[in-house]
Design a protein around this ligand. Structure first.
Ligand code: PMP
Length: 328
């Protein structure tokens, strides 16, 4: 669909996945006026598809667009576009119940102008791909590399919205992580480079204590980390499972101290793509330490199961998080 000043949004249309033809002077290309979302549709055990929390993704998309001085897409239009795509694609998508459909809505400024100003025309489109879990379907742990050289986000910047320009500056740190044999960058706050924030495409959780007394801890939203839809889901599920959910400003050094003292023995990353992925090791300024025994812990696995049961319609869904696409 296209947006033009004065006219608003055009009617949407469905096309096969194809190349885009854009002008080389397009504002989105030069100045990064690009916002996007990433969400999933899952197959329920009864065979039907459910889209995971599309209204929450729509609300975040509106925030991202507003932050980039882009027009807001009505929430109902966002959800209807996804419903239509899932319905249209259903026949051609994998019927393997373990496979999900990854849905990528994106909006960008299409105006041709090298002037530094917001675009006056926009395009919104949605793509869908068959996907397994981010790190494969098995529960495998990941290692993280604390970046002390680069920052992902700054106060007053765009770290708490989902815009394309947040990601390219992280690629160099991701290379450093890989050179240190880690899969993910662990981002720290930009001001002091002490406090835990998140990973490249996922939020961070730590587990303090054990069993029913465990606290499920995640860095507090400071305006520089993305409020993940999975993050908020995990906070709710943690309480439902009887743990205490805590949002806390916690430093990397404190995390290590609590790990060394045996107070924290689990950590995990979560996100639409990553689901719940245990964290086994941390590389920090050349030293490597292990979280707990380095294996996926019981609290992590309980939360992962609670989440994936909801994804597949295997557990009661009192908040109707799994949305049934309305008819074609
Ligand atoms: N942080 C960042 C930087 C991300 O890109 C993502 C993926 N959208 C997340 C966290 C996790 O968010 P969500 O649970 O909404 O996928």
């Amino acid at each position: 669909m296209e947006w033009t000043e004065g006219e608003g949004w055009s009617e949407g249309r469905m096309t096969p996945l194809q190349n885009l033809s854009v002008h080389p002077g397009m504002i989105g290309l030069h100045y990064g006026q690009v916002a996007y979302e990433g969400l999933k549709a899952h197959r329920r055990v009864d065979g039907s598809m459910g889209v995971w929390r599309p209204y929450d993704h729509a609300a975040r998309f509106q925030r991202s667009c507003r932050r980039l001085a882009m027009p807001e897409l009505p929430v109902e239009t966002f959800v209807a576009a996804i419903d239509q795509l899932i319905n249209a694609d259903e026949g051609s998508l994998s019927d393997n119940p373990a496979h999900s459909i990854y849905v990528r809505p994106i909006m960008f400024g299409t105006d041709t102008s090298l002037m530094l100003r917001p675009s006056r025309t926009y395009r919104f489109l949605v793509m869908a791909f068959v996907a397994g879990g981010f790190f494969g379907d098995d529960v495998e742990s990941v290692s993280v590399f604390a970046s002390h050289e680069y920052s992902r986000a700054f106060p007053g910047g765009t770290g708490d919205v989902k815009v394309a320009a947040n990601y390219a500056p992280s690629f160099l740190a991701q290379r450093q992580a890989e050179a240190a044999d880690c899969q993910q960058v662990l981002w720290l706050d930009a001001a002091e480079r002490r406090y835990l924030e998140e990973m490249g495409g996922m939020n961070l959780f730590l587990v303090r204590g054990q069993g029913a007394q465990a606290q499920v801890v995640t860095p507090k939203l400071t305006g520089t980390l993305l409020p993940g839809v999975t993050r908020t889901t995990i906070l709710t599920l943690a309480e439902r499972l009887g743990y205490t959910a805590v949002e806390e400003r916690i430093s990397l050094d404190q995390w290590r101290t609590e790990c060394d003292a045996g107070l924290m023995s689990e950590a995990f990353a979560c996100g639409t793509a990553a689901v719940v992925t245990p964290i086994s090791t941390v590389v920090d300024r050349g030293s490597t330490w292990t979280v707990g025994d380095g294996k996926p812990g019981p609290v992590t696995l309980a939360l992962r199961t609670a989440l994936t049961d909801l994804h597949h319609g295997l557990a009661p869904d009192p908040d109707s998080w799994l949305h049934s696409p309305s008819g074609p």
